[in-house]
Design a protein around this ligand. Structure first.
Ligand code: UD1
Ligand code: UDP
Length: 434
């Protein structure tokens, strides 16, 4: 049987079936960044007697957002020496997130190059990671998602015989070209992982179909919801541009490689048409710094008075913008997971998604990178209140805000079994991170 932590089988936090609909109970989540706290009664280990070393690897913005709750939770665990390795596949966008969560990498490989291509990036990662793993000699390595960083970390761990835990495992479209190259990265990581932390029952089923042993799969929820709820519970951060409170706001993001070229121009054309058709609406678009995206977006949209292009936003203002938005137009994986939990409809600029749960709930719609379809569905959300209401329901198919605690419990139990614990080295229960 696969481990159903999310549905309640292991550990004190997992015994209750988590609520899946808003309103969430936000109490007890992070009350402030960097303030993950212990419940009274949980003892800390003596720092000089760590039970095991866990190396958490992050490369890009979404990995940092989704690993931050895991890193902060690991740091609360008695006897675990949690180290953070930044490959810096992204530079500025990674730093933005790490700063926000007050995480300073122990090792920073600083690998990003302007307009990097996949083969160069992969080879820089592979050749560098092996030396770090040899030097660090971690008991466990954790990484999240589907980037080149994750795929290479999984392979480097395999070569060094170091057990690798894959956070956000089992997402699939079944199409190696969509998303490219992320589908392949996920398949490779799954072949090599020791633990698979699946966000949903659907992602667990994908893994089981591929022959992953059920005992190695844990349904935990997605850690992005941990980060989101904690951030959303804080006072809203200011947006990077002043937009009157009562002015309707549409939030736009786009960055996928398979959309480069004509698909991305279609996306920009759609935003332009909508901006001209709805001059009273503000279109806020934090532009991804990839030159294939940034240059085209500025060329096609830069002159429109109600399109506000800005650099990538810090996480807190971006969460505030999602809360403020009427709806969101995006090809982002993370946004597809976050927006439903905030009750915000998303038009997804892709023809397929490895996150079908929100589509099935009817709160996310696939419109592809096709100008006419984007405009048609956006007009519906603008002009048809019933259609809008049907998509603006608060549902959270991707988690309940406790995924990181469940993941940490699995790892702590593994280390406990491997090394044993001393009198003061009690494992903090998963529910302790409140
Ligand atoms: C990467 C991931 C993608 C993920 C996305 C999140 C791969 C193959 N792609 O795509 O899965 O959804 O991150 O955003 O792993 N750049 C900067 N500063 C930054 C970040 C990027 O200038 O902080 C520019 C650089 O020119 C860089 C380029 O963007 O070379 C591309 O970065 P890269 O990580 O290769 O691809 P993304 O499109 O960001
Ligand atoms: N995000 C952010 N600032 C922005 C745009 C997005 O902090 O300007 C956050 C967003 O909330 C989500 C994550 O970045 O958690 C998604 O990252 P991205 O879209 O780059 O990657 P993907 O999720 O598609 O891999």
């Amino acid at each position: 049987m696969a481990q159903l932590l999310f549905e309640g089988s292991v550990g004190p936090a997992a015994r209750q079936v988590p609520p899946t609909r808003l309103p969430f109970s936000l109490t007890g989540l992070l009350s402030g960044v960097g303030q993950w706290t212990f419940r009274p009664g949980v003892e800390r280990s003596r720092p000089e007697t760590p039970r095991g070393k866990v190396l958490c690897v992050v490369g890009t913005r979404p990995e940092a957002i989704k690993m931050a709750p895991v890193i902060l939770a690991l740091r609360q665990q008695p006897g675990i020496d949690c180290r953070v390795l930044a490959t810096a596949q992204h530079r500025q966008m990674l730093d933005q997130v790490l700063d926000f969560f007050h995480i300073t990498p122990d090792i920073d490989l600083d690998l990003m190059r302007p307009n990097q291509n996949l083969a160069e990036l992969t080879s820089r990662l592979m050749s560098t990671l092996d030396g770090v793993l040899a030097e660090e000699a971690p008991d466990v390595v954790l990484a999240q998602g589907d980037t080149t960083t994750v795929m290479t970390v999984a392979l480097a761990c395999f070569y060094r015989r170091i057990p690798f835990g894959h956070v956000e495992a089992g997402l699939r479209t079944g199409d190696m070209d969509n998303p490219f190259p992320e589908e392949a990265n996920r398949v490779i990581a799954s072949r090599l992982a020791r633990w698979h932390f699946a966000p949903t029952a659907g992602s667990r089923d994908n893994l089981l179909k591929e022959g992953v042993p059920a005992d190695d799969v844990y349904v935990t929820g997605n850690t992005v919801i941990d980060a989101l709820l904690a951030t959303a519970a804080r006072p809203d951060a200011r947006l990077p541009v002043a937009i009157a409170e009562d002015r309707p706001l549409v939030l736009v993001t786009a960055h996928r490689r398979e959309n480069f070229g004509e698909p991305f121009r279609q996306i920009c054309r759609a935003v332009e048409k909508l901006a001209r058709a709805y001059p009273g609406t503000a279109f806020l678009y934090p532009v991804h710094p990839n030159p294939n995206v940034r240059d085209v977006a500025h060329r096609m949209l830069g002159d429109l008075r109600n399109v506000f292009l800005c650099p990538p936003m810090d996480y807190a203002p971006f969460v505030a913008a999602m809360k403020r938005a009427h709806f969101i137009i995006s090809d982002s994986g993370g946004v597809q997971e976050e927006a439903p939990a905030l009750g915000k409809p998303v038009l997804v600029l892709r023809d397929e998604t490895e996150r079908p749960e929100a589509v099935e709930e009817g709160v996310v719609k696939l419109v592809g990178p096709h100008c006419d379809a984007i405009v048609e569905q956006a007009r519906r959300l603008m002009d048809d209140p019933a259609a809008y209401r049907s998509m603006a329901r608060g549902v959270s198919p991707y988690g309940d805000g406790k995924a990181s605690a469940r993941i940490v419990e699995v790892i702590a139990q593994h280390l406990h079994a491997k090394r044993g614990v001393g009198a003061t080295d009690r494992i903090a229960p998963a529910g302790a991170l409140c």
